[in-house]
Design a protein around this ligand. Structure first.
Ligand code: SF4
Length: 363
């Protein structure tokens, strides 16, 4: 366990807090003192850059201004507001938690890490961020930015994905946290990682904690930390999807509510099998999954897309509906819709690109 001297921890936090007071970015969620809005911003900021989050946050809190509005909203509207932000389980979990809070807890977001963690849909990171930032509870937040800063300051040479390194970092974050200033301290650590101690080019000459940083003082290139485990090659899949026309309407299917991209709408189709043409794959998938026969007409668009654990190439084909009453095997729902109606649905990014190309062609 890392044991830091009191002199070190208080000097470190004073320098960092003084820097943060002058250099913190003016962000919309920092202009309000509202635990609900802190919660929304912290969930959106997970795995997502600040610049991407700002417009989503502004629209989201306008459409769902409080816990009750979020709890009572249709999931489809929440997913639509989240469309393009990715990791859609976050949006579903927000509503799951909002419903528990409104129906069972008097519509109030709890003010401690422990109580927040008991709410289904709120995980350890979010509980720490909300408890400390909205309620100033003395609890450290350890996100990717904080891990990077502390791996460098403490010169931790083992990858943080390993248990001992991670617990050393959590321990250091706890020791460094100045009592009564958790909200500012945690945000300052994250801000330092996002703007100064960046992954590839740490700006050590502008860093307020450079005099405490072992990597800066003893290594030629601190950016080699945190130590990385070589990434595994992500598998790639070819997916064929159909723009299936029945007169002037399209067949759209909704993914099951749980699981990846849960609850989003998409064009029907599926994964190409070995030695199978894309056209044959599409006929087979739509027949198997929807009990619908189609005539595959022409290739329309190819859209590559990368997820965290795999990559896909989406091949979209124009198709004509031939026969069969849609009867989905796994989809949660389906509908025949005019293209303009499809634009109102929440779609995964890759499907949205196909829809945009389709709408562009119709102009
Ligand atoms: S001195 Fe450099 S490596 Fe160390 S924390 Fe600051 S920016 Fe990061």
């Amino acid at each position: 366990m890392i044991k830091l001297e009191k002199k070190f921890t208080s000097a470190f936090s004073s320098k960092l807090l003084a820097w943060y007071a002058v250099n913190k970015r003016d962000l919309p969620w920092r202009r309000v003192e509202n635990p609900y809005k802190t919660w929304i911003s912290e969930v959106m900021l997970q795995q997502t850059q600040v610049g991407t989050v700002i417009p989503y946050y502004n629209r989201f809190v306008k459409e769902f201004p409080d816990l009750r509005a979020l709890a009572e909203a249709a999931l489809a509207d929440i997913l639509k507001a989240w469309e393009g932000l990715g990791y859609y389980a976050r949006a579903r979990n927000l509503q799951r938690a909002a419903r528990v809070l409104v129906n069972e807890q008097g519509g109030v977001l709890p003010n401690t890490h422990e109580a927040l963690l008991k709410i289904p849909g709120i995980g350890p990171y979010t509980a720490a961020a909300v408890a400390s930032i909205a309620y100033n509870e003395n609890y450290p937040v350890v996100d990717g930015n904080v891990i990077r800063v502390l791996a460098r300051v403490m010169k931790i040479l083992t990858p943080p994905s390993q248990k001992t390194a991670k617990s050393g970092i959590v321990n250091a974050a706890t020791e460094l946290l100045p009592a009564g200033q958790a909200g500012d301290f945690n945000q300052a650590m994250m801000e330092l990682g996002a703007t100064v101690c960046t992954p590839k080019k740490p700006n050590c000459s502008e860093c307020p904690v450079a005099s405490f940083c072992q990597a800066h003082q003893t290594m030629r290139d601190p950016s080699v930390l945190p130590a990385k485990i070589p990434p595994r090659k992500r598998p790639h899949y070819d997916i064929a999807v159909g723009i299936v026309w029945n007169d002037d309407r399209l067949l759209m299917v909704r993914r099951p509510t749980s699981g990846m991209l849960g609850g989003l709408w998409e064009f029907p189709g599926g994964k190409q099998e070995k030695n199978e043409s894309l056209e044959r794959c599409l006929e087979r998938e739509i027949q198997d999954e929807m009990q619908v026969e189609v005539d595959v007409l022409a290739h329309f668009r190819t859209v590559p897309h990368a997820y965290t654990h795999f990559k896909i190439t989406l091949h979209a084909f124009q198709c004509r509906y031939l026969a069969g009453q849609p009867s989905p095997k796994t989809a949660a729902d389906w509908d025949w819709l005019e293209p303009e109606q499809v634009t109102a649905l929440a779609l995964p990014k890759s499907n949205k690109k196909i829809l945009e190309a389709l709408m562009e062609n119709r102009r």
